[in-house]
Write a new protein. Sequence first.
Length: 310
Amino acid sequence: MSKKRSIGWLRNTKSIVLLGLENAGKTTLLSQWVRGSTSKTTTTIGLDIEHVEVGSEIFNLIDLGGQQPFRMTLWKTYAQMASAIIFVFDITDQAKTSNAVKWFWQVAEWVPDNVPIMFCANKIDLKKGNEKIAMSLEEIITNFNLKKFGSDEARHSFRIYEISALTGENVEVAMSWLLSRLQVSEKSPDLRKLVIAKSDGTIVTEISFINPTELNADTMEINEILELNKNITTKQNTMQFYESNNSIKFLVMSSDYVCILSARKDADFNSVRIVAETILSMYLTQVSDGTFDETLFRELIVNNFGKTLT
Ligand SMILES: Nc1nc2c(ncn2[C@@H]2O[C@H](COP(=O)(O)OP(=O)(O)OP(=O)(O)O)[C@@H](O)[C@H]2O)c(=O)[nH]1
Ligand SMILES: [Mg+2]
């Protein structure tokens, strides 16, 4: 009996689209992410669709064939309707780099504004002990001119991750970022003010997302919340929600730090929570690996979370 493979295309569902030249590792990455394992692949003819459920939401995962005949037709169609793009690049395939660069920027042009783009520098498992065959992160950034995404006119939130689709290294971290961007970009929480403080109440970072003169009430309320929660180390990993006349506030605590995020009153509660958690975990990661720089951090937060404000 022949088995017909069905393509389960879900309408009214956000699509995460995987692009990249043939043999880059898209199908392997999809399998690693969805099933936590990989098996031998054959080149994708046309496309394959899978689904992934995150929280209460289901996403289409569209794995496109990377060979030349599919690029101009399929890639364009799916890039234009994507809610997020994953571009996979094989760091050992130096012969195809210039073609990959060309197609990457073509895709970036097709993709609608504000759709997050994740660049996966794949096959880092082949780098170990054999640095010559693989491109370094710096070389990739230079060759693809990825610094462009840090500029003011950047139309997308963008991240690059070095991964191994085969061994699964960094796959989870990369995908978590993408999903957090998807949820955030869909429902802009209209942020007002952010404060990160130590558990003794000392403020370490403070960012205003709107005109500071409009933030007197927020500042007073944030100070009260900080005072209330001072030195409460038993509340590790807890969160609290506060509502006042013109704002809602979320407090998250982790590893002796407190993050309080104020957003507009009618903002989506869950989006504010996700943003607060994401910001605090970014802060903690940077502090613990020694890469924290106040100015860069502020830029990162404003670019990633404050952009949709007018
Ligand atoms: N060593 C190593 N091999 C990988 C990795 N990811 C994919 N591969 C191998 O690269 C080859 C191509 O992988 P696919 O996932 O089929 O590539 P694709 O991008 O889907 O290719 P097309 O469908 O032709 O566009 C396979 O032999 C994979 O096993 C990786 O992280 N490390
Ligand atoms: Mg494939």
